[in-house]
Design a protein around this ligand. Structure first.
Ligand code: COI
Length: 348
């Protein structure tokens, strides 16, 4: 049973929904639940507010934390929908297991999502590009700096009204030194530290004029795996290629939705390893038509150019752009503008 305590006055009037910076504004309420003595208890929705934590809390020392990214959308009649929440809930618990964090009960997770988004539903704006970004996360809150799993955790959900994550096409640099993930590691999980570890190499790429890094396999830097905070797709001729997921690659919900939509649109999709050598060959032969990233925050973000070593390769403008077609197809489902043949929308 989720206890609800509402804020006395909404902050919504203070927010300019036409000038949102991604992830900077939060809604009036948040969901919290605490784990100790071997169980989750005290699920509650309370006014959004800062936390008080002991400096000895394990999350500050060992980074035992995972998160999810999901979105809610509003249609023109005011109905609000979650997009494939079951997928994020399952992935959250897979990530938690790898970080030795206790699973969060799936039913309670979904109930909390629905209740919280419903309470703050005025913060979900209708209209193209608007969404409510949902950030569930869990962290180790036991006080003590022995390097061992925490006995206490806080699970929370916060909500942030957003528009596009990237406002322009991306220039990406192919990694040939740093790595994001390794075999047997935590690359598949949404572990907080996976993102922190990207900041330094991404800053170096930014200094060279790039927005993001395309991550390659750690051992040879030959196989293209992810693009910054996104999965990555390459269109060679009329085939859309993306790497198979493994323990280094995030099993992206947008990635798998794109694969299903592409097949529905009768596009040729190949889920296979794709090498830098093949990429450069396709570029030089003129067969490389598009590169785009996919993710909850970024939706589908087109790449305008990629760098490898000291070379910059500009991508052509294409007619019949797959990224645009797939983005429309995806958003038609998300915003309830069309049929939902896969049953991905959940009305709340
Ligand atoms: C998402 O796309 O939801 C993510 O978690 C990426 C994050 C860096 C915004």
């Amino acid at each position: 049973m989720i206890e609800v305590s509402r804020c006395s006055k909404s902050r919504i009037e203070q927010v300019d929904f036409n000038q949102l910076t991604f992830g900077k504004n939060f809604t009036d309420h948040m969901f919290c639940c605490t784990y100790d003595q071997g169980q989750w208890h005290n699920p509650r929705i309370i006014p959004y507010a800062p936390l008080t934590l002991d400096p000895g809390a394990k999350v500050f020392h060992y980074g035992q934390a995972v998160f999810e990214g999901m979105k809610a959308f509003k249609d023109d009649t005011g109905s609000v929908f979650l997009f494939r929440p079951d997928q994020n809930i399952a992935r959250f618990n897979k990530s938690a297991e790898r970080l030795a964090i206790p699973e969060f009960p799936e039913d309670l997770f979904l109930e909390a999502l629905k209740m919280l988004v419903n309470i703050d539903r005025d913060w979900v704006k209708s209209g193209h590009g608007h969404a409510l970004y949902i950030r569930p996360f869990v962290f180790a809150s036991e006080n003590g700096i022995a390097a061992s799993p925490s006995a206490r955790y806080e699970f929370m959900i916060v909500l942030s009204p957003v528009t596009a994550y990237y406002s322009e096409k991306l220039k990406v640099l192919i990694a040939d030194h740093y790595s994001r993930a390794a075999d047997g590691g935590v690359g598949f999980a949404k572990a907080a530290g996976n993102y922190a570890a990207q900041f330094y190499p991404t800053n170096l790429a930014r200094e060279k004029g790039y927005h993001q890094v395309i991550w390659t396999d750690a051992s040879s830097h030959e196989f293209l795996e992810e693009a910054g905070t996104m999965n990555v797709f390459f269109r060679v001729g009329d085939t859309l290629i993306t790497a198979p997921t493994n323990d280094r690659i995030l099993d992206g919900v947008t990635r798998k939705s794109i694969i299903e939509l592409a097949r529905e649109l009768h596009l040729d999709v190949a889920i296979r390893k794709f090498s830098v050598t093949e990429l450069l060959e396709a570029y030089h032969s003129g067969d490389l038509k598009e590169i785009f990233g996919s993710g909850t925050a970024a939706t589908i973000s087109a790449v305008s150019a990629f760098g490898h070593k000291e070379n910059l390769y500009m991508l052509p403008e294409v007619s019949d752009c797959y990224a645009d077609r797939l983005k429309h197809a995806l958003q038609d489902i998300q915003y309830n503008l069309g049929k939902d043949p896969f049953g991905w929308r959940l009305k709340i």
